[in-house]
Design a binder for this molecule. Structure first.
Ligand SMILES: [Zn+2]
Length: 407
């Protein structure tokens, strides 16, 4: 059955909660605390004006990402906000958000609770896979063996539920390999960190959404206050980002590891398990146990990430040019749940890298350079903004964008 647009904008979990409230005490004006995401391009002032116009109370929380507001109101006020053009999605607030506790936001959009990004490492259907992994650069504020144990525990928690086996390997740039690194500032990819807060982690989805060798990798800003067992807890963050590295998007259910705002996590929720078992073969109890974690090796000193050599002679200041050949128009309307983009890039010294950014799926690296492609990029209902950037070895860059509306 075709649902009306404004109904698509309200999380089913939120509607159930609203109905419960009314049922609990029909005589009382019960309110719900929820998160609102607004369409890209909506300014903070417009977001606040829209909420206030509907009579909603704005709850301030310092850790919210830019397109989000934490709001309190009745189910009727919430439904009225959903009918507004600038509203993208409404979903339940977690207890930590309601109480004003500090949280980490994964950033970007929830995109109407896109639960899967691509098909996972096993392709279509539900298969078993083996992936390599390395902690190639250790956090500087936490003892190396404790950081390694936290990463191993997060790997084991996903591996407990699906037939995804992780083998520690020494080759961080291999294909089908998750390279975890803690680094400050620029660290060899086009998404540099910026000191404490701001951009603080970059997960890369499985190929082909992200091209190898960066597919599945997880980069963490070493300038954050990393800890073991308290905020910012390495295990909890790696557990969430591993979900992305295996192909999961965000969940709109508070308590799920894949909820976009989180603090501490111990284990996967029923929803996380259901979603990951929708992508990979379930691990049955008693058979095919996950491999025992490899003995902890003595950590190596952090290797330096290779970066481009400084150009000799006159600095190259000529930016590459980039084109998007598919889709052929800069604004298109589709019904598909994902899109494959293709194009070309040129540069006087050579194109070193082509990246993508989308307001739905985050950031990633395209396959190829002079002829590049991004396969199966997920689209949310409504407006999707996608930006393609080409870099040369001197760091010069230029970009093109496309707006794809999914009906
Ligand atoms: Zn996330």
């Amino acid at each position: 059955m075709e649902r009306k647009d404004s109904e698509d904008k309200v999380s089913p979990a939120l509607r159930i909660r609203g109905a419960e409230l009314v049922f609990d005490d029909p005589g009382v004006r019960n309110t719900i605390v929820f998160l609102a995401e607004f369409r890209p391009g909506t300014g903070p002032g417009e977001m606040r004006a829209a909420a206030t116009f509907q009579g909603l109370l704005i709850r301030e929380h310092p850790d919210l990402a830019l397109p989000h507001l934490l709001l309190e109101g009745t189910l009727d006020q919430l439904e009225a906000l959903a009918r507004r053009e600038e509203t993208s999605y409404l979903w339940p607030a977690s207890d930590d958000l309601v109480r004003g506790n500090p949280v980490r936001g994964c950033g970007g959009s929830i995109g109407q609770a896109i639960l899967r990004i691509g098909q996972g490492w096993d392709g279509a259907g539900k298969g078993a896979v083996e992936l390599g992994w390395t902690l190639s650069r250790y956090p500087s504020r936490v003892p190396a063996d404790e950081a390694l144990q936290a990463v191993e525990a997060a790997l084991a928690e996903w591996s407990r539920w699906v037939r995804v086996d992780f083998r520690q390997s020494g080759n961080p740039s291999a294909a089908r390999h998750l390279n975890l690194l803690f680094a400050g500032g620029a660290h060899g990819d086009p998404f540099p960190f910026d000191g404490r807060d701001g951009r603080w982690r970059t997960p890369f989805y499985p190929a082909p959404v992200n091209a190898e060798p960066v597919a599945g990798d997880m980069h963490f800003d070493d300038d954050e206050n990393w800890q073991i067992g308290t905020d910012t807890d390495i295990y909890s963050v790696v557990l969430h980002e591993l979900g992305h590295a295996l192909g999961l998007g965000h969940s709109d259910t508070p308590g799920a590891v894949m909820y976009p705002y989180y603090r501490r996590a111990e284990k996967l929720s029923e929803e996380d398990i259901r979603e990951i078992q929708g992508m990979y073969a379930a691990r049955t109890a008693g058979t095919d146990p996950p491999p025992a974690p490899a003995p902890t090796p003595t950590p190596n000193p952090p290797p330096t990430v290779p970066s481009a050599p400084p150009p000799a002679g006159t600095p190259d200041r000529v930016a590459p040019t980039v084109t998007i050949s598919s889709p052929a128009q800069t604004a298109v309307v589709v019904t598909a749940e994902s899109v494959t983009l293709r194009g070309t890039a040129k540069d006087n010294q050579g194109v070193s890298l082509v990246t993508w950014w989308s307001n739905t799926a985050g950031v990633g690296v395209a396959a190829g350079t002079t002829e590049w492609s991004v396969a199966s990029l997920p689209l949310m209902k409504g407006t999707n903004y996608i930006k393609i950037t080409a870099f040369d070895a001197s760091g010069n860059a230029s970009w093109k964008s496309v707006v794809i509306t999914r009906r």
